[in-house]
Design a protein around this ligand. Structure first.
Ligand SMILES: [Zn+2]
Length: 242
């Protein structure tokens, strides 16, 4: 579940990410009187089985059964704010009525790593941003240099174009915040995160300094591709810059 808002004294309106149906808005009547199990299923970021009925195109919750509540997120402001950012990006990019299996798996993986594995927020954010853009069909050209296909040299990532160029083919002398230099290890990490099997998404290692730069790159990349900013991201960044 990626968004919840109260509707009146007793009801709630929840937005759920479904692997089969994309985003679904469901009205929850009497939400505050639900049994504790159902109540935890209508908490933000809970993963649950929702059973609902369709009445003239609007969905009403019949029952729900919690699968995972990701309680660990609630114990850490930084993790919670990162989860909120991921949910906002999904709300703005996934459509209703379309399958979203891989995006669902990506989001579940990221929440699990944050909540249960205590994975570094910066790593989860980098993986989420790069893989989501790839799943949305905005994957950069990861073959290597766009001119000669070399990937055995440090490459320049031209974020606005979504391509890489080797030192021989990168000709610009003027500094440009959207052209970032990558070591081979960083390029391999980018390629891994965009293309690996979803179950092995976090099975790679980078140094802290490489992760720091990759995080700047993935953020710039997703914001450039989606042509917008996110309030939740500003809040997350305000926490991490302290
Ligand atoms: Zn080249």
């Amino acid at each position: 579940m990626i968004s919840v808002r109260d509707a009146g004294d007793n009801d709630r309106f929840i937005t759920v990410l479904s692997p089969e149906m994309g985003l679904i808005d469901i009205s929850v009547k009497g939400a505050k009187k639900l049994s504790s199990g159902s109540n935890s299923s209508t908490q933000l970021f809970a993963c649950a089985k929702y059973c609902f009925r369709d009445r003239s195109g609007r969905y009403y919750l019949n029952s729900c059964e919690p699968v995972k509540t990701f309680y660990g997120l609630r114990l850490d402001m930084k993790k919670l704010s990162l989860a909120s950012y991921m949910a906002e990006v999904i709300r703005c990019t996934v459509t209703s009525g379309q399958t979203a299996r891989d995006i669902y798996r990506l989001f579940m993986n990221c929440l699990f790593m944050l909540s249960e594995k205590d994975t570094d927020c910066a790593l989860v954010k980098f993986v989420f941003e790069m893989r989501l853009t790839a799943e949305l069909g905005m994957i950069p050209d990861l073959l290597g240099c766009a001119e000669c296909y070399r990937s055995d040299v440090p490459l320049r990532f031209l974020i606005k174009k979504g391509i890489f160029l080797c030192p021989e083919h990168y000709l610009s002398d003027s500094p440009n915040a959207y052209d970032r230099e990558l070591t081979q290890g960083m390029f391999e990490a980018l390629r891994y995160v965009c293309l690996s099997d979803m179950s092995k998404l976090f099975s790679f290692r980078v140094t802290d300094s490489a992760l720091w730069e990759l995080g700047r790159i993935s953020e710039l990349y997703i914001l450039t591709r989606l042509e917008r900013g996110f309030k939740t991201l500003e809040f997350y960044n305000s926490l991490t810059s302290e």
